[in-house]
Design a protein around this ligand. Structure first.
Ligand code: PLI
Length: 458
């Protein structure tokens, strides 16, 4: 059997959740409109809704919180944070934002004109929202294999260069304000992008004068995959790999709530001086002074320390392998999951899990609701509900990947929790044929998955 590294930390504070009975969970799920976003956190014994902002901070990060300098301008924590971001990612300019979508808002507003196109390696909900809100059309240029849960490739998040070239030929480079390259690709299952692919994307974009902005959100997980899977990187440090990855970008948006190992925060980074000046102007309007941008001084201190900790090999090795442990157990039991197992979570293939449901009967939403009822494990739908509707036709986007995401918070759970979760899913899989599909009873117009309510189909 494969060796999984033991937890490289000692636990000195614990949080005690409620452990509800099955009947109490049936009632809680009904009250939440069969939407796991609307459950109370304390009613979730194991909360795998997201890895976003759910991280456990280290003693050093908590100590850093105590030296928060909450000045309105020029906080010393800002200077620490700025220097760590520049040192780690290599960009010339950094601006703080309250979280990732704050950075996405500024980037999209500044660079996109109505009628533009933004190619990217699969969409992410908030990222595409900001692109579309500014008048752009998103073009998916991830390799085809990323849409097939069964295909096992080391770098399933890669951009298909032929698809990128085809978009350039079709719409013209002047209609492409930037290419958005995400490391790793969340909705593909946390799949990484290879260094070779990043280099090639840079070269192709340089030929056409197109900028490349990364979604840096899960940079450390991507770097770990490069170190362990790509030839020539086994002996490089995680930090050196991160530096090289971002050397092929013009800038990046970042949600600190993931690989920054904090509960809140983000940044926008770039090399261009003029763009920096204009971004600073927008930060003041939407986020706060350019020396805090929606974060408190203590948040920035914890974030700076979190970035440093994220580059330690023992940390990132355990983080990624703990996720793999859960996935490997499910694969061994024949449960359909997206392969290979990605960096931040295990994605159940809901269509293969519930083959008797049509996509319109919301298989992933249904499976997430039932997993909670049977086990108290909270997960998230990442399928037709998350994909939303086409802004022109009003039809549901029907993504090929209809998944339930079990997203593992960093440094929060142990291998025993993974066992509990795996056993519950294996049991549910045995009884899958009795599960009925869901339909919308309330559908919000934007980012509907957060607040929608559902009930069983007739
Ligand atoms: O939640 P924010 O605003 O800090 O970050 C938005 C965001 C941007 N890019 C990517 C790849 C994300 O995964 C992301 C947020 N993800 C969430 C909330 C998640 O549950 O995956």
């Amino acid at each position: 059997m494969k060796n999984y590294p033991a937890e490289p930390y000692r636990i000195k504070v614990v949080e005690v959740p409620n452990i509800l009975t099955r009947q109490e969970r049936v009632e809680a799920m009904k009250e939440a409109g069969y939407n796991t976003f609307l459950l109370k956190s304390e009613d979730c014994y194991i909360d795998f809704l997201t890895d976003s902002g759910t991280n456990a901070m280290s003693d050093r990060q908590w100590a850093g919180m105590m030296i928060g300098d909450e000045a309105y301008a020029g906080s010393r924590n800002w200077f620490h944070f700025e220097s760590v971001v520049k040192d780690t990612f290599g960009f010339k300019h950094v601006l703080p934002t309250h979280q990732g979508r704050g950075a996405e808002n500024i980037l999209s507003t500044l660079l996109i004109k109505p009628g533009d196109y933004v190619p990217g390696n699969m969409y992410f909900t908030t990222t595409r929202y900001h692109q579309e809100a500014n008048g752009a059309t998103f073009k998916d240029i991830i390799i085809d294999e990323a849409h097939d849960p069964e295909i096992d490739l080391p770098f399933k998040g890669n951009i298909d260069l032929n698809k990128l070239q085809a978009v350039i030929d079709e719409v013209g480079a002047d209609k492409i304000p930037y290419v958005c390259l995400a490391v790793t690709v969340n909705l593909a299952g946390g799949q990484p992008v290879s260094m070779a692919n990043m280099r090639q994307v840079r070269e192709l974009c340089d030929k056409h004068g197109i900028k490349v902005f990364y979604d840096a959100t899960r940079y450390a997980e991507n770097a770990y995959f490069i170190k362990t899977r790509e030839e020539g990187y086994a002996d490089k440090t995680i930090k050196a790999i991160i530096k090289e990855m971002f050397s092929y970008a013009d800038g990046a948006t970042m949600s600190g709530k993931k690989d920054g190992i904090v509960n809140m925060g983000g940044f926008l980074a770039m090399n261009d001086d003029d763009m920096y000046t204009r971004s600073r102007e927008m930060v003041v309007v939407f986020e706060g002074m350019p020396s805090y941008g929606g974060m408190s001084g203590r948040d920035m201190e914890a974030f700076a320390i979190g970035i440093t900790e994220s580059c330690r090999f023992e940390y990132i090795q355990h983080r990624v392998e703990q996720v793999a442990y859960l996935g490997d157990k499910l694969i061994a039991a024949g449960v359909p999951v997206v392969k290979p197992i990605g960096g931040h979570g295990v994605f159940l293939d809901a269509r293969a899990f519930l083959p008797h449901l049509e996509q319109e009967q919301l298989p992933a939403q249904t499976l997430a609701a039932h997993l909670y009822i049977e086990s108290g494990v909270r997960s998230m739908e990442r399928g037709v509900v998350s994909a939303g509707r086409d802004k022109i036709t009003g039809e549901n986007h029907k993504p090929k990947l209809e998944t339930v995401r079990l997203t593992i918070p960093r440094r929060v759970y142990t291998y025993a929790h993974m066992d509990v979760c795996a056993e519950a899913i294996i049991e549910l899989y045995k009884n899958r044929s009795s599960i009925r599909g869901l339909k919308f009873v309330y559908e919000p117009p934007m980012l509907r998955f957060f607040n929608a309510k559902f009930d069983y189909c007739d």
